[in-house]
Design a protein around this ligand. Structure first.
Ligand SMILES: NC(=O)c1ccc[n+]([C@@H]2O[C@H](COP(=O)([O-])OP(=O)(O)OC[C@H]3O[C@@H](n4cnc5c(N)ncnc54)[C@H](OP(=O)(O)O)[C@@H]3O)[C@@H](O)[C@H]2O)c1
Length: 333
């Protein structure tokens, strides 16, 4: 075990409910490591849309203010507590560790996945949360081999991993993305792709499924795609919503669900109980393995220094095509 010498860290904190402007940089001592903990120098923190809701106070899970923002990242282990097998110097990535927008973060060592030598910290900080989410989504409802699944946002962070995992399970994926982004979706294993900016999604899916509709639709959008989704599903198909990129969630009319083939509608989230803390690192590692051969890591939309964390969260709110990263070891200029 590496002896722990007292260290200070800078951490971005949301000090009250609100938008990006409520985030401030705070300096504090790092507490001595407890059994099973590792101290990691954060080289890249990945921002996630849920943080906008969490910081505004609109997320079902509330955090007392102030709390450290950012829960996904990658970096290098610098010290470990008792009973930790990861050696200092190991490059790792993680999700579900709040306070990751910081120079240093203390994490339960069992939540850390080791980065393959060829994988960058930026890729790790882009893949960890998406990998865990996509792994939960593919376990969420039964989809028979050979059936069709529609994936909205297929070129986004979660969508890319989801396309790869579904395709690997023998599901015929129809991936929806914007413009030239459909090409990466095809390379991830989608059987068909639809450019939502120029194609008719309903006609395309009906055509590919020979009029029957898809067994499942995976939707990170919410209200804007709901009516379309009802037209994409086969009888008794599953509409799996897992996000609200268009700002809200639809009110569900049970009568309409019967009219549209008695479909099942579900909202996936961490409380589904499909991903336990003990399996997080394994699921991330499975995604990192896929990333060595397929482009599952999202493009990087922008990189910010820690002192520009407010700008980073503003950018997240502007619906960028790609991952927004904070690089706490990077200096301005
Ligand atoms: N429930 C959970 O456990 C969980 C976990 C992780 C993430 N999420 C949620 O999942 C959602 C996606 O996260 P992400 O990190 O993958 O986001 P992302 O990387 O930004 O990708 C989302 C993609 O969706 C597409 N899109 C955006 N608005 C759209 C609209 N109105 N209609 C159709 N497509 C639209 C865009 O791609 P194109 O322009 O190429 O179509 C966008 O790049 C977020 O809401 C996030 O909070 C939920």
């Amino acid at each position: 075990m590496e002896s722990f010498t007292a260290k200070r860290r800078l951490v971005a904190q949301a000090v009250r409910a609100g938008g990006p402007d409520v985030i401030e940089i705070h300096g504090e001592d790092v507490a001595a490591l407890a059994r099973g903990e590792a101290l990691v120098q954060v080289e890249a923190a990945g921002l996630n849309h849920a943080e906008t809701l969490i910081q505004s106070g609109a997320y079902p899970v509330r955090f007392p203010f102030p709390f450290g923002v950012g829960f996904e990242g990658a970096g290098t282990v610098v010290a470990v507590g008792a009973d930790v097998s990861i050696a200092p110097g190991t490059r790792v990535c993680w999700t579900a560790v709040f306070g990751s927008c910081a120079t240093l973060v203390t994490a339960p060592a069992h939540m850390l996945a080791t980065l393959p030598d060829t994988t960058s910290v930026e890729a790790g900080a882009s893949l960890a949360h998406a990998g865990v989410t996509a792994a939960g989504l593919v376990r969420h409802c039964p989809i028979a081999d050979g059936s069709y699944a529609v994936v909205w946002g297929a070129a986004g962070s979660v969508g890319r991993v989801l396309v790869a995992l579904l395709a690997d399970r023998g599901i015929s994926v129809v991936g929806i993305a914007s413009g030239s982004r459909v090409e990466v979706v095809r390379r991830l294993g989608a059987q068909h792709v639809v450019d939502r900016t120029s194609g008719n999604v309903v006609d395309a899916v009906r055509d590919y499924t020979r009029g029957r509709g898809a067994a499942a639709v995976f939707d990170p959008v919410g209200t804007a795609t709901y009516e379309t989704n009802l037209q994409l599903l086969a009888p008794r198909g599953y509409l799996v919503n897992y996000g609200q990129l268009s700002g809200g969630l639809p009110a569900i009319d049970l009568g309409r669900l019967m009219d549209t083939g008695s479909i099942f509608v579900t909202k996936y989230g961490p409380r589904a109980g499909l991903v336990g803390a003990d399996s997080v690192a394994t699921l991330i590692s499975e995604t990192l393995a896929i990333a060595t051969t397929r482009p599952v890591a999202n493009d990087i939309a922008a990189r910010f220094t820690l002192d520009r964390v407010v700008d980073a969260y503003r950018m997240l709110e502007s619906s960028p095509q790609g991952k927004v990263l904070v690089l706490p070891q990077m200096k301005d200029g």
